[in-house]
Write a protein that binds this ligand. Structure first.
Ligand code: FES
Ligand code: FES
Length: 215
């Protein structure tokens, strides 16, 4: 018998095995829970958002971004890429800025969240919101809520002496443009308002009475 015919026989035997197994696989997939079956296990999630306690029942796969936008209707936080590349969804959780598209709401049960709506109001803007207006730190404005949340956190990080990748002196974190650009590099602006954003941040830093500003 040639090796060719052996190969054909092996193939035929293999096909028979697959044909026999196929109904079993179909039956298994018919009974397996489907993500879209509607039988979702909802989970309770409690958050303090912009000073207000909220109680939600969420599909555990809900991102923090979707919880804010779709369930709490806080649409100031923007969805740009939805996978951690643009920073439009930046919010402040427990005092730290994070990309809300990259984290599940259930992971933040019991935590405090600040969005752009919680930083200031139209009548009483946060100093960073004012500075963005004064320095023209935006054009279309889509990235702006994330930029402002990040900018507020960056100044707090510098004040706390937290170093970045480009920090030269770990004992004295200076407010250089390189430092600000590095720390804001996760927030993309397709309108390229970057120089104006840096100017706004420097303005707020100056208003805070911080010493040792360095170019
Ligand atoms: S939407 Fe979250 S990083 Fe782009
Ligand atoms: S202001 Fe348009 S993307 Fe930044």
């Amino acid at each position: 018998m040639s090796s060719d015919s052996l190969t054909r026989r092996s193939l035929l035997q293999g096909s028979a095995v697959i044909a026999t197994a196929a109904p079993t696989l179909s039956a298994a997939s018919a009974t397996a829970p489907s993500p879209n079956s509607g039988a979702k296990a909802m989970m309770p999630v409690e958050l303090t958002v912009n000073g207000r306690e909220v109680h939600l029942q969420l599909d555990p796969r809900t991102s923090l971004l979707d919880a804010l936008r779709e369930h709490l209707h806080l649409t100031g936080t923007k969805k740009g890429c939805d996978h951690g590349q643009c920073g439009a969804c930046t919010v402040i959780v427990e005092g730290r800025r994070i990309n809300s598209c990259l984290t599940l709401a259930v992971m933040h049960d019991g935590e405090t969240v600040t969005t752009i709506e919680g930083l200031g109001t139209p009548e009483a803007l946060h100093p960073m919101q004012k500075a963005f207006i004064v320095h023209d730190g935006y054009q279309c404005g889509y990235c702006t809520p994330g930029q402002i949340c990040s900018a507020v956190s960056v100044l707090e990080e510098i004040a706390a002496g937290i170093p970045s990748h480009v920090t030269q002196d770990l004992d004295d974190v200076a407010l250089s443009d390189a430092e600000l650009r590095e720390r804001m590099s996760g927030n993309i602006c397709r309108c390229a308002a970057y120089p104006n954003i840096i100017a706004a941040m420097r303005d707020v830093y100056g208003q805070s009475g911080a010493k040792g500003e360095k170019a």
